[in-house]
Design a protein around this ligand. Sequence first.
Ligand code: 5GP
Length: 186
Amino acid sequence: MLSGPGGVGKGTVVRLLLERHDGLRLSVSATTRPPRAGELDGRDYHFLSDAEFDELVISGALLEWAEFAGRRYGTPWSSVEQQLEDARTVILEIDVQGALQVRRRFAEAVLVFLAPPSPDALRERLRTRGTDSEERITERLAIAEWEQRQAEAFDHIVTNDDLDRAAEEIGRILSASSAADAGAGR
Ligand code: 5GP
């Protein structure tokens, strides 16, 4: 699981990891937030109405879900199962609350916290991304402070000071954990 403050660059790191490691797949989350420019339904997220999301929660179709900046995000079991048919390892790119929920259900999950080099770097990234209003950026930074305090609960903390280097470090963590799985006969 790859987690960390929104805007830290999880999406970009995940894209690099998927390019570099054949045996990896990404779980596609469901969300009630509207698509950003360039995002595709079913590829980036399953974009749902509030009622559709309620339906998933009530029917137990979500492995975890969390509210983030006023929108809901969740991992459908079906998405993880489908990806596990094709690959040994599935990445969940989710927020910190969700990662901690998954940890409670699956002790063997590997949690990686992607940290910004500094709080200023995070603010800059959110601004230059240009997808959030100033009000939403302030809200996201307040959440990021709380998220940063949860980093200790994670198995690994990787600083996103350099995209290439961070992706390489996470790649090594993934290889080490799948070698450990194979060793345990899983
Ligand atoms: P964004 O709106 O920037 O795409 O995502 C906002 C936050 O929601 C990010 O921290 C992202 O990792 C998180 N997120 C995306 N999908 C999920 C999910 O399925 N579950 C949870 N708990 N968080 C998610």
